[in-house]
Design a protein around this ligand. Structure first.
Ligand code: HEM
Length: 153
């Protein structure tokens, strides 16, 4: 179960990242005067689905499956002095929660906004910030808590 969740959590990161990049590119190009279309809306919908799913698997790892977070919970004080344990116990979940909130807030605000230019601007700001935070909160290879770019079953 642990290794399945880890493979899914690893791979789904690319789906979430790709959707976020596409949403930001469309939002920025749309500010040039393009109408807010069903394609923009669908992209936002798939983005929310992907990031919610990724968040759910992350929570499962965090509270139940990951030996890393279990080790951190056993002695939280000591874990704060260990860069790898601190990253997964605090920094990763914090950054991803902020990114998730930005995507959800963005989608609600876009729905309520009137005017295509305003919608594209909201998407560029909210999804753009979420993308930066997501990129900064992923355990890229080479970091103290670095992980592989892909995992196989
Ligand atoms: C929503 C966007 C998220 C992305 C893009 C993301 C990405 C990643 C990546 C790439 C890894 C490395 C996987 C590997 O070792 O192959 C990872 C590990 C991990 N993530 Fe996330 N994550 C996200 C959200 C979360 C959340 C919200 C939590 C906790 C509630 C979480 C908890 C964890 C844990 C505990 C690990 C380490 C698991 C282990 O090695 O035992 N993730 N995450």
């Amino acid at each position: 179960m642990y290794s399945v969740a880890l493979v899914l959590h690893n791979g789904l990161r690319w789906v979430a990242l790709l959707l976020l990049v596409a949403a930001v590119v469309r939002a920025i190009s749309g500010r040039g005067g393009r109408t807010w279309s069903n394609a923009d809306d669908d992209l936002g919908k798939w983005l929310v689905i992907a990031i919610d799913l990724q968040f759910t698997i992350g929570l499962l790892l965090y509270v139940a499956l990951s030996p890393i977070t279990q080790a951190a919970f056993n002695d939280f004080g000591a874990a704060m002095a260990n860069p790898q344990l601190r990253f997964f116990a605090v920094e990763h979940i914090f950054g991803m929660t902020v990114a998730l909130a930005l995507v959800h807030i963005g989608r609600v605000k876009i729905r309520k906004a009137s005017g295509d230019h305003r919608r594209h601007t909201l998407a560029a700001v909210c999804y753009g910030l979420a993308l930066l935070i997501l990129l900064g909160s992923i355990p890229w290879p080479g970091m103290a808590a670095g992980r592989p770019l892909l995992r196989g079953f």
